[in-house]
Design a protein around this ligand. Structure first.
Ligand code: UFG
Length: 331
């Protein structure tokens, strides 16, 4: 029996594929390679380049590989871009998932782990955020992810589709052995941007807002190691397999770091000068996002391993150094 990983060539998807292979799972990947990288997927893993909207291709994959579960990452995932191109987010994220669910049902496959986001909460009412707090997204990206959660819920009611939706906070870090890392083009995420400054690929990092109601005035986020996210997908699938139960879960460490603290940690790890300049707030950025992941720890039996921000930055830095052929930092 095989797990189909959609978006398996992306940042979180490729780390999850690596992790599943280490657990001895049989995996097949579908990715359109718009943002993902073919070289991020192990050679031994069957790979299809294509769209979720291609139902014929999906059917072929389900039947050829005896797919019995799906981990669904494939989506457009940039908050800023979604504000400029909302319809393409609806088309890609909702349209792609609809097509996937139809093919799953046709092939009697009823297990799916879905990649959701903290963006479903919008401006949080409580910190730390719990799963039953109000979900009021402030951008189309979060709206599409919330709409998909609801689509899954109704599909469960009607067809017995078992799903786990994982609401990630800020994914960070890289494979501790340096085989994979974060490689977006364009890069919009804080840690890789700061590391690119350390590598002289960029001149400076702009701090988006220093007038938030936080201790040092910059935004606070809950960073979670990408390998801990990979493990959570595995735990989620085990829950569906063993207990035939799903649910919605936050994934974070329950601890916040400000933008300035992240930049300082990068300075400490890289031992390089990193120029930062204060800039205006980025539209749609909440001041503080911190997860309560108690539910995931209890029900998914998930325990994050790399909870230290310095470890996350070190793993990311080692991967960046490897790309440039430089020596690595040990922890
Ligand atoms: N930031 C900067 N300068 C930069 C880039 C980011 O100051 O050059 C700040 C942002 O304003 C934010 C923090 O660093 O306060 C983290 O920003 P990221 O872009 O790395 O991550 P986000 O918090 O914006 O995004 C993450 C996920 C999204 C998800 C979102 C939920 O990547 O998928 O959290 O709000 F939607």
């Amino acid at each position: 029996m095989t797990i189909l990983v959609t978006g398996g060539a992306g940042y979180i998807g490729s780390h999850t594929v690596l992790y599943l292979k280490e657990k001895g799972e049989s995996v097949v990947v579908l990715d359109n390679l718009v943002k993902g990288h073919r070289q991020s997927v192990l050679e031994e893993v069957p790979f299809y380049m294509g769209s979720l909207n291609d139902e014929q291709l999906l059917n072929y994959i389900f039947q050829t590989h005896n797919v019995d579960s799906v981990i669904h990452f494939a989506a457009s995932s940039l908050v800023g871009e979604s504000m400029k191109e909302p319809l393409s987010y609806y088309e890609n994220n909702l349209g792609g998932t609809l097509s996937l669910l139809k093919v799953m049902l046709k092939n009697n496959v009823n297990r799916i782990v879905f990649s959701s986001t903290a963006a479903v909460y919008g401006e949080p009412k409580n910190i730390p955020i719990q799963e039953n707090d109000p979900a009021e997204p402030t951008n189309p990206y979060g709206e599409t992810k919330l709409a998909i959660e609801k689509m899954l819920q109704w599909a469960d009611c009607a067809y017995g589709l078992k799903y786990v939706a994982l609401r990630y906070f800020n994914a960070a870090g890289a494979d501790p052995l340096g085989r994979l890392g974060e490689n977006h083009d364009p890069e919009t995420h804080l840690i890789p941007i700061v590391l690119e400054v350390a590598l002289d690929i960029r001149k400076e990092v702009k701090v988006f807002g220093d007038d938030y109601p936080t201790e040092d005035g910059t935004c606070v986020r809950d960073y979670i190691h990408v390998m801990d996210l990979a493990d959570a997908h595995y735990c989620a699938l085990q829950r569906i397999r063993k207990e035939n139960k799903g649910g919605i879960y936050n994934l974070g460490n329950g601890k916040g770091f400000s933008v300035k603290e992240v930049i300082d940690t990068c300075r400490e790890v890289t031992q390089r000068e990193i120029k930062s300049v204060n800039s205006h707030q980025r539209p749609g950025d909440p001041a503080v996002l911190i997860a309560s992941s108690q539910k995931a720890q209890e029900e998914l039996k998930w325990q994050p391993k790399y909870t230290n921000l310095k470890d996350m930055v070190t793993h990311a830095w080692n991967w960046h150094l490897k790309q440039t052929g430089m020596a690595q930092t040990s922890i």
